[in-house]
Write a new protein. Structure first.
Lengths: 327, 505
C-alpha cells in the first residue's frame, strides 16, 4: 500500500505501438512495391497526409482538453466554398495576382476563427456538450456549402486556379508546400503541447476540469482557445486544399472529422482527454494514409477494403491503450 | 462476548507480502473470532489495506498461511473468499450510482424465473435485508441520491445477501457524520450479536475504543500490538501507531498578529450564507467551525472566487472584487479544497505536474522550464516530507502524502492568505501532527491563515480565534485560548445550550 516502491519505467505499448506499426507498414510497402520508397510516392503520401494532419494536430489539443469537434470536415468544405466565392467575386476588380490569393487566404483564416469561436463559445459559455454542438454545426456547414453551390460544385475561375495551383503543387527544394506547412504546424504544436503552460493546462482540464478550476486555470478560456486554434488550422488546411482541385462541393471534406479523430486516437491520445501527443498524431495520420497507399500500390487486397482495415487499426489502437493502463 | 477460546473464523499466520523486491508486510498474525469486532489501526502506509485485501482474497500472500475455521486455505480470488462467507467493503463505495438500491443489491446475482427477472422475490428480499439493518430507504431510490451512511447500508445489505460470516470494512466512517457513524456502529453491534466477525480500520480512535472488542495495531508493515481493546486507552493507541510520544499534537500558539490582511463585511454566498463579517491579520490562524450545511465551505469558496458571492472584501486595506480563482490568487489568496481527490489533485498525473499546476506562471519563460519544475519538486518533497515514488500517478499515494502534496502545490504560489479546508481529513495522526506544524510555521512566516474543520479538537488546538457558523450565519467568535467544545457546539447548534445530538461534521 505504501508507494515507496519505485516502479521501473516500462516501455509503454501505447507509446511504442504506433511507431512499430508505422515501421511495419513501411517495410511491408517496400517489399510489395519497389516504387514505394521512391521520392514521388513519399511526397505523394505526405502531401495527402497534410490536410488531415494539419487538422488532426488541432484536434489533438481539443481532445486532450476533454473536448471533441465533429464539424471540421464540413467546415472545411464551407470555408473552401466561401473562399472560392469571394475570390471569384473579387476577380473582376482585383484581377489575377498575389493580392487576390492573399484575400482568399485571409477569408479562410477569418472564417476558421469564426467557426472555432462559435463552437467554442456555445460549448464554454452555454455549457452544451461538445458532441452535440459540433454535431449541429457539422450539419449546418455541410448544408450551407451545398446551398452556396446550389447543389452542384463551386469552381474557382480557371485563370485564378492556374495562378493559385503552385500552393499545392509547388514547393522548395522538391518539397511541396503542404508538406512544409504540415511540418511547421507539427513542430509548433509539439512545442505548444509539451513545453508551454497552455499545453499543460489542456491536459489538466481534460484530466479533471474541477481540479483545473480549483487550481486557478482559466478553464473556459483554454477550452475556447483549443476550438479557435482548430478552426484556424482547418482554415490553413483549406488554403492548401483549394488549389488542388480548385472546387468545393457537398462532398468536399467528407468524413475528414472521423479521419482526424482516428489519427489522434491511433497516435495514443486518450479520447476522454487528459493526455495528448502531437507527434503521436502525426504517426497516426501517416499510418492511416499509408494503408490506403499500400492497398493502391499492390493488388494483394482490394483498395475498396481500405476503410475496413483503417477501422480495425483504430479499434486495435484503443485496445492497446487499454491493455497498458495501470490496474 | 467473552469466550476468547472460540476458534478464529479467519486468521492470518505469519503472512508477508512483497511487491517486486520490496516487502510491505512482514509476518503479520491476526485472528478474527465470530461475534467479535476487531479494529485494525495504524498510520497511512502501515499495511492495513494490504492486510485486509489478503484476508478478502483480493491479493495473494507472498508467504505465510491463511486459515478459515482452523483449516489452511489459499484464497485465490475474492470469489473464493466470498464463497467462504468473507466480504469486504471498500472505502470508496462500489455501487452503480444510477441504479436503484434494489438493483445494486442484486447486481450480478439477480434472481430469475426462467429468462425473466423475478422482481417480486428481489423486492421482498431487499425489504427483508434493509429491515434487518433497520434502514428505511426505499428499494426504488437511485443510489446517487442517498446519503453516505445509506450508501454504506446498501453495501452492507449487499454483503448480507451472501450470508456473511466475516465482514471487512476499510475506513467505513471516514465519510460519515457523527450521527451517521452512530447508525453504522449500531449495525455493527447487530451483526456482532448475530455472530459475524467484523474487521474495520479507522483513524478515529474514540470510535475504536467504543466498539472494538479486539485491537491490532500496525506500523511499517508489521503488527506492533494485538489484544483486547480494553487494555489500551486512546493515547496509548496513538503512541503505538506512531512509535513515539504524541503529547504535543498541536504546536504552541506563539504567533503575534501583524498588519491587517483581510477584512470581510456583510459577505455571503447566495443560498448558503449571508451577513458574514470578520477580519484576519498576518500571523494569525482563524478557525472556522460549524455543522454540515452551515455554509462553511461554500462561504470560503465564494471568497476564493469559486462561487458567486456578495459583500465587501478588503485585502491589505484595498477593496477587491474576486470573481474567479485566478483573481483570488492575484490578490494573494489561495483556497485549499477539502476534496483533494476530485478537486485538489489530478489523480492520473504525476507529482511534478500536480505540484506546479497552480503556480505554472512561475516556471514559464515563454516555454516551461522543466528543470526548475524538477528542482521545485525536490524542494517540496524535502520541505513537506512527501513520501512515495515520483514515477507513479498521485492517485496511488496515501491520503497523507496526497494532502502534503496539495499543501505544497498551494504554497508554491506564495499566497499571503491561505484558506485551508479540512487540513487533515482521512490522514493518520503522525501526518496530522506534521500538518499542524506546517500550518503554524506558515502563520509564523507572516501569512494569514483560515482553517475550516469539522474536528472541533483541531480548531481549538490550532486556531487563535474561532468563527462559528450556523445555517449560513455567523453565530459567534471565540478566542482560541478560551474556546471549549461545549462553547462551539452551543453556537453551532444555536442557543439553548448543548442538546444531546452533537453532530459535528
Amino acid at each position: 500500500m505504501s508507494a515507496t516502491a519505485t516502479q521501473p519505467r516500462k516501455i509503454q505499448m501505447s507509446v511504442i505501438g504506433p511507431v512499430l506499426a508505422l515501421i511495419l507498414l513501411i517495410i511491408l510497402g517496400a517489399l510489395m512495391n519497389p516504387n514505394f520508397l521512391g521520392w514521388n510516392n513519399i511526397s505523394n503520401v505526405l502531401s495527402r497526409s497534410a490536410f488531415i494532419g494539419i487538422i488532426a494536430v488541432g484536434m489533438t489539443f481539443v481532445i486532450t482538453a476533454g473536448g471533441l469537434d465533429l464539424s471540421v470536415g464540413s467546415s472545411a468544405a464551407f470555408i473552401a466554398g466561401l473562399m472560392i466565392l469571394v475570390m471569384n467575386t473579387a476577380l473582376p476588380s482585383m484581377g489575377v495576382g498575389v493580392p487576390i490569393v492573399l484575400l482568399g487566404m485571409a477569408v479562410a483564416l477569418v472564417a476558421g476563427v469564426a467557426v472555432g469561436l462559435i463552437n467554442g463559445l456555445l460549448i464554454t459559455k452555454l455549457g452544451i456538450e461538445a458532441f452535440i454542438v459540433t454535431l449541429g454545426s457539422m450539419g449546418i456547414y455541410r448544408s450551407l456549402v451545398t446551398w452556396l453551390a446550389d447543389g452542384g460544385t463551386l469552381s474557382l475561375d480557371f485563370s485564378l486556379r492556374s495562378f493559385y495551383q503552385p500552393v499545392y503543387y509547388g514547393g522548395v527544394f522538391g518539397v511541396s508546400w503542404p508538406i512544409i506547412v504540415f511540418a511547421v504546424v507539427v513542430v509548433l504544436g509539439e512545442i505548444l503541447m509539451r513545453s508551454t503552460a497552455f499545453g499543460r493546462h489542456c491536459a489538466a482540464i481534460g484530466s479533471n476540469d474541477q481540479v483545473a478550476r480549483y487550481s486557478s486555470v482559466r478553464v473556459a478560456r483554454v477550452r475556447l482557445a483549443t476550438y479557435v486554434m482548430l478552426g484556424v488550422l482547418v482554415g490553413v488546411a483549406t488554403i492548401m486544399y483549394v488549389p488542388r482541385l480548385g472546387s468545393a462541393s457537398a462532398s468536399t471534406g467528407l468524413l475528414w472529422e472521423l479521419e482526424a479523430i482516428a489519427a489522434v486516437i491511433v497516435g495514443g491520445t486518450m479520447l476522454k482527454g487528459g493526455f495528448g501527443r502531437v507527434w503521436g498524431t502525426v504517426i497516426g495520420v501517416l499510418i492511416l494514409t499509408l494503408i490506403g497507399n499500400i492497398l493502391n500500390l499492390t493488388d494483394f487486397v482490394s483498395p475498396y477494403l481500405n476503410g475496413a482495415i483503417q477501422g480495425a487499426i483504430i479499434v486495435l489502437a484503443v485496445v492497446l491503450q487499454r491493455a497498458n493502463k495501470p490496474a | 462476548m467473552g469466550g476468547a477460546v472460540t476458534q478464529p473464523v479467519l486468521a492470518l499466520n505469519g503472512v508477508s507480502r512483497s511487491f517486486g523486491p520490496i516487502e510491505v508486510l512482514h509476518g503479520v498474525d491476526i485472528a478474527l473470532h465470530p461475534g467479535r469486532v476487531h479494529a485494525l489501526i495504524g498510520e497511512n502506509g502501515a499495511g492495513k489495506s494490504t492486510t485486509m485485501k489478503i484476508m478478502a482474497g483480493y491479493q495473494p500472500a507472498s508467504s505465510g498461511t491463511i486459515a478459515v475455521d482452523g483449516q489452511t486455505r489459499t484464497l485465490a480470488s475474492m470469489g473464493e473468499a466470498e464463497a467462504l462467507g468473507i466480504s469486504m467493503i471498500h472505502q470508496e463505495f462500489n455501487l452503480a450510482e444510477q441504479l436503484s438500491v434494489e438493483q445494486n443489491i442484486f447486481l450480478g446475482r439477480e434472481l430469475k424465473r426462467g429468462w425473466l427477472l423475478d422482481k417480486a422475490a428481489m423486492r421482498a428480499k431487499t425489504r427483508e435485508l434493509l429491515d434487518r439493518l433497520q434502514c428505511d430507504v426505499s428499494p426504488d431510490r437511485i443510489v446517487s441520491t442517498l446519503s453516505n451512511s445509506d450508501k454504506q447500508m446498501v453495501e452492507i445489505a449487499k454483503a448480507l445477501l451472501r450470508d456473511i460470516r466475516v465482514l471487512i470494512m476499510d475506513e467505513p466512517t471516514a465519510v460519515l457524520t457523527r450521527t451517521e457513524t452512530d447508525i453504522l456502529l449500531g449495525q455493527v453491534r447487530r451483526l456482532r450479536a448475530e455472530g459475524v466477525a467484523v474487521l474495520f480500520t479507522s483513524h478515529k480512535l474514540d470510535e475504536v475504543a467504543e466498539i472494538a472488542d479486539d485491537l491490532t495495531i500496525m506500523r511499517d508493515g508489521a503488527v506492533v500490538w494485538t489484544g483486547p481493546t480494553a487494555q489500551m486507552n486512546e493515547h496509548q493507541m496513538a503512541e503505538a501507531m506512531v512509535g513515539r510520544e504524541v503529547s504535543d499534537l498541536y504546536p504552541p500558539k506563539d504567533g503575534t498578529p501583524g498588519e491587517m490582511m483581510l477584512e470581510v463585511s456583510d459577505f455571503g454566498v447566495p443560498g448558503y450564507s449571508e451577513g458574514i463579517s470578520f477580519t484576519l491579520r498576518r500571523g494569525e490562524i482563524l478557525g472556522v467551525a460549524g455543522l454540515i450545511g452551515s455554509g462553511r465551505t461554500e462561504t470560503f469558496e465564494g471568497l476564493a472566487g469559486l462561487r458567486r458571492a456578495e459583500g465587501q472584501v478588503r485585502i491589505k486595506g484595498q477593496p477587491v472584487t474576486i470573481r474567479h480563482p485566478w483573481e483570488a490568487l492575484q490578490h494573494g489568496l489561495a483556497y485549499l479544497t477539502e476534496d483533494r481527490k476530485t478537486r485538489g489533485l489530478l489523480l492520473d498525473k504525476g507529482m511534478g505536474e500536480n505540484l506546479t499546476l497552480l503556480a505554472l506562471w512561475k516556471f514559464t519563460r515563454g516555454l516551461l522550464d522543466k528543470r526548475a519544475e524538477a528542482a521545485a519538486l525536490e524542494t517540496a518533497i524535502a520541505d513537506f516530507d512527501i513520501r512515495g515514488s515520483q514515477a507513479v500517478a498521485v492517485g496511488q499515494l496515501s491520503g497523507g502524502n496526497q494532502q502534503k502534496l496539495l499543501f505544497a502545490k498551494t504554497m508554491l504560489a506564495d499566497p499571503e492568505i491561505v484558506v485551508i479546508d479540512e487540513p487533515t481529513r482521512g490522514i493518520d495522526i503522525g501526518t496530522k501532527q506534521q500538518m499542524y506544524q506546517f500550518i503554524r510555521q506558515l502563520a509564523a512566516s507572516g501569512r494569514a491563515i483560515v482553517v475550516i474543520s469539522s474536528e472541533m479538537q483541531e480548531v481549538i488546538g490550532l486556531a487563535d480565534r474561532i468563527l462559528v457558523l450556523r445555517r449560513g450565519q455567523l453565530t459567534g467568535t471565540l478566542d482560541g485560548a478560551e474556546a471549549t467544545e461545549d462553547a462551539i457546539v452551543r453556537l453551532a447548534m444555536g442557543v439553548g445550550a448543548a442538546t444531546p445530538e452533537k453532530e459535528t461534521v
